[in-house]
Design a protein around this ligand. Sequence first.
Ligand SMILES: O=C(O)CCC(=O)C(=O)O
Ligand SMILES: [Fe+2]
Length: 193
Amino acid sequence: MMLDLFGTPVLPGLHTMPDIVDRDEERMLIERIDATDPTPFKFQGWTGKRLTTSFGWAYDFEAGRPVAAEPMPDWLLPIRDRAARFARLDPLLLIQALLIRYDPGAGIGWHRDRPVYEDVIGISLGEPATMRFRRRREVGFERASAPLVPRAAYHLSGPVRHDWEHSIVEMDRPRWSITFRSLSAIGRKTLPR
Ligand SMILES: O=C(O)CCC(=O)C(=O)O
Ligand SMILES: [Fe+2]
């Protein structure tokens, strides 16, 4: 994380916590993610190298809307509860889980998460990575970055979630992530019940 002289996060709304899972849990979660048979992210005929499985809700990028997905499996619920405690949220508010496997050569391009979602809490597994952030300014972009430490959690809320875009550069070695999301006010109006 970028810090100023007083150790204050430069990106308001970004919070991190080391070791939200231990090494045994990391191994278990990676096996579980792989066992869900994650599928390539598809968008407008383009197939990405990033493999994903969604629980709770999935965002259908082709249709441009959220669709219901399988409920979160039992093995994921204690992890969701831990993520919620870290973010100081009621675990039941985390209605979506996205499991991602980044094979070598896979990354994620510049984006903001869909507006139907509010809080984003991520857990990094496998290879260390860097999350890059940028925000448009009158001239060019303001930029920042934060390390994604294996087994650590990050929470994107407020300005870093709404005003900044984020991306992860392609890596040579595999990384997995689990992200949990709560609904936004827009999402509460949009999602079918
Ligand atoms: O892999 C990660 O930690 C981030 C994934 C991400 O930005 C997303 O799914 O929107
Ligand atoms: Fe994202």
